[in-house]
Design a protein around this ligand. Structure first.
Ligand code: DGN
Length: 258
């Protein structure tokens, strides 16, 4: 099984990592779009164009499925990508894990990009799956960009600003941007300091990996030897993952495989 995992930036690392845990022999084609990141600043039609172009570049590597590992991309481009690649190549999107957080019936935060925080899509998920009075939407200014930069000081500053803006009664946090799983530990630590308790984290890489396997009729498990990283594609740059990815544990693992 060969799967393309695409995002505007490093968010795809978490989803590639989860796929490799659920089905180690998965071969990976990774793509990111630094020329157009962050997608939240673009018009929806342009986001759709960027995602379909990136998926098309990845699809040339004979992939069995494409994961759009980007909330903004999934919001605005999933339909166009499905129209272009399905049924030959299933396209799987991501959704912030608002449903499990909402089902706790306790106050929670949704950390996301500024654009996603004000999106109708996030509003509709909260209305459908949570008590809106318990859902605190926190725009994490610059956090995804800081993660892509690999600069720990920028990352720490963005996390502490978001933690300061988060009410101290929350009991869980939804990672509503695919990048944030790369800095899960510092986020948990900042929220522990802010709230005085351990805050549960709801994230979606593993459910998305399992959903991808289901779409392909592939069982979890299988041979334990890790599948190859077949290609790394980047807009406007030579295709290689930058060394800044080594700042994150999942990034280090991926760099070793490239
Ligand atoms: N990883 C993207 C997401 O999940 O929305 C965030 C960055 C972006 O381009 N908006």
């Amino acid at each position: 099984m060969r799967v393309a995992v695409i995002d505007s930036g490093f968010g795809m690392v978490n989803y590639a990592d989860a796929l490799s845990r659920v089905r180690p022999d998965t071969e990976l084609v990774l793509a990111r779009d630094p020329d157009n990141m962050p997608y939240g600043l673009l018009e929806p039609a342009r986001i759709s164009e960027c995602v379909v172009a990136m998926a098309g570049a990845a699809a040339r590597y004979d992939v069995d499925a494409i994961i759009v590992a980007c909330n903004t991309g999934s919001m605005y481009a999933l339909e166009a990508a499905r129209a272009r690649f399905e049924p030959a190549v299933p396209v799987v999107g991501v959704v912030p894990a608002i449903r499990p957080a909402g089902s706790t019936g306790r106050p929670f935060a949704v950390w996301a990009t500024a654009a996603a925080t004000v999106s109708d899509y996030q509003t509709s998920l909260i209305d459908a799956f949570a008590d809106p009075a318990l859902a605190h939407r926190i725009p994490c200014y610059g956090l995804a960009e800081a993660i892509d930069s690999g600069d720990p000081e920028r990352v720490a500053a963005a996390i502490s600003a978001a933690a300061a803006a988060t009410p101290d009664d929350i009991e869980s946090v939804v990672l509503g941007c695919t990048h944030y799983g790369l800095v899960r530990e510092p986020i948990v630590a900042a929220l522990r300091e802010r709230t005085g308790r351990d805050v549960a984290v709801f994230d979606s890489p593993e459910p998305v990996a399992r959903q991808t396997l289901r779409r392909l009729g592939v069982e979890p498990g299988g041979p334990s030897e890790l599948g190859a990283v077949v290609a790394v594609l980047e807009s406007g740059r030579p295709g290689a993952l930058p060394a800044s990815l080594a700042a994150y544990p999942a990034g280090r693992l991926l760099l070793e495989r490239c």
